[in-house]
Write a protein that binds this ligand. Structure first.
Ligand code: SF4
Length: 415
């Protein structure tokens, strides 16, 4: 009872980074962008820091927004003045006005902001943490807001054109491009994109392949506009074949070429995975990127035991297939997880390897369990098709083989 109460208190601690970061990552990578941020100075400091390191090495411009400005009612005027100052630079083509917790609590009336300034489009993107709980979901809000404003949905659809939605490793983008070309896809737009034109042209695509389960707002907008949605991703042998077939169906491509490529790619992935058939181990996957469950699917398909997996996002309709497969294969899943739940899982399952957040990894390492950071190790590697399976399983196999080193290290330091 005492332990339960203690955990409940601990669970009140912040569990993830500021959600607005996810939106900034999407927005700051667009060419010709200059973000104007409506944020408290403390938030601004933190978000400038992470944006430099993890987004685009660009600065954020912001009017001063402290109690005086909020209670004095000058926030909108301050923002308009800042937008005008940014727009003096003719090379700026896009000014997203990113509104975070404090500004959203005070309230920003969109109609009081300009839609254009100088050479730039101006767009309000609302990213308060009290509505958008995690950084993956903030990426969805940013993409949906961009598409709603710029998507050319009123133009005729381009036949055999596809939007691929989800941030992926560059090698994966290349493999996806090559495979889609083989089955007859004529144009591919990858979102989140680095040009405003990507968002404009995405409106004319026939279908959208959603690689990550948290793009719910974007998917609902695209569905409303008549764009076909392809669920799933080319991870593991079964997932790869299914994904290729679904794209073929959505774009009405030649079924024999689609079937040939689906069989070929699934065969390559299966062969790669067979190379790891001797690999055994119990792995816990606990990230906060929102794309953890397809990774677990790959590990299960390769014969590993994954008793527990967790993610920061909520359970979504887009992730339902993975949820069913994982649950059927015995993985306990936690959505909107707390660090305390992950720690509890490490103790209950005594895994051979943890692929987790930094705090969970420290917890596991203190117990002599090998642990790696999900974001740096999974998100920074190819994951799709046979090449992805080879890279991810190769890394995991190496770690499982060396797990004794962690135990010896623990003993050495304790000794
Ligand atoms: S108050 Fe809101 S905007 Fe500021 S750092 Fe926290 S979550 Fe982010």
């Amino acid at each position: 009872m005492e332990k339960k109460n203690c955990n409940r208190r601990m669970a009140l601690h912040p569990q993830s980074m500021c959600p607005a970061f996810g939106g900034l990552r999407v927005l700051m990578r667009i060419d010709g962008v200059q973000v104007c941020m409506a944020a408290d100075q403390g938030c601004l400091y933190g978000l400038t820091f992470v944006s430099h390191f993890y987004a685009a090495r660009k600065s954020i411009v912001s009017p001063e927004l402290m109690n005086v400005q909020i209670s004095g009612g000058s926030m909108i005027d301050d923002l308009r003045r800042t937008i005008d100052e940014i727009a003096r630079d003719p090379s700026v083509r896009f000014i997203p006005v990113v509104s975070t917790c404090v500004a959203e609590t005070a309230g920003i009336a969109e109609e009081l902001l300009p839609r254009r300034a100088g050479n730039a489009e101006v767009l309000l993107v609302r990213l308060p943490a009290f509505q958008i709980r995690t950084h993956p979901e903030a990426k969805d809000v940013a993409v949906a807001t961009l598409l709603k404003r710029f998507g050319s949905f009123d133009q005729p659809r381009r036949p055999r054109s596809l939007v691929v939605l989800g941030e992926i490793f560059p090698v994966d983008a290349m493999t996806i491009g090559a495979t889609l070309q083989k089955i007859g896809v004529e144009s591919v737009i990858t979102l989140p994109g680095s040009a405003l034109e990507d968002y404009i042209e995405a409106g004319q695509a026939e279908a959208c392949a959603v690689l990550h389960p948290f793009y719910e707002r974007t998917v609902s907008l695209l569905e409303e506009k008549g764009v076909k949605i392809v669920r799933g991703n080319p991870i593991g042998a079964n997932g790869t074949a299914q994904w290729i077939r679904r794209i073929g169906e959505a774009l009405a491509l030649d079924s024999s070429s689609v079937e040939a490529v689906a069989g070929e790619e699934a065969g390559k992935a299966r062969e790669t995975m067979a190379g790891f058939s001797k690999m055994r181990g119990k792995v816990i996957v606990a990230g906060y990127e929102g794309n953890e469950l397809p990774v677990v699917r790959l590990l299960l398909e390769a014969g590993l035991d994954v008793p527990y997996a967790s993610t920061s996002i909520a359970q979504t309709e887009l992730g339902e297939e993975d949820h069913k497969v994982l649950t059927m294969l015995g993985t306990e899943i936690r959505y909107r997880k707390y660090l305390e739940e992950d720690m509890d899982a490490v103790e209950r399952y005594s895994p051979d390897l943890v692929i987790g957040t930094t705090s969970l990894d420290s917890f596991a390492k203190e117990r002599g369990i090998p642990a790696i950071y999900y974001t740096n190790n999974i998100s920074a590697r190819p994951l799709f098709f046979a090449a992805g399976a080879a890279t991810v399983l190769g890394m995991i196999s190496g770690l499982l083989e060396r797990k004794e080193v962690f135990r010896k290290m623990k003993e050495y330091f304790e000794g």
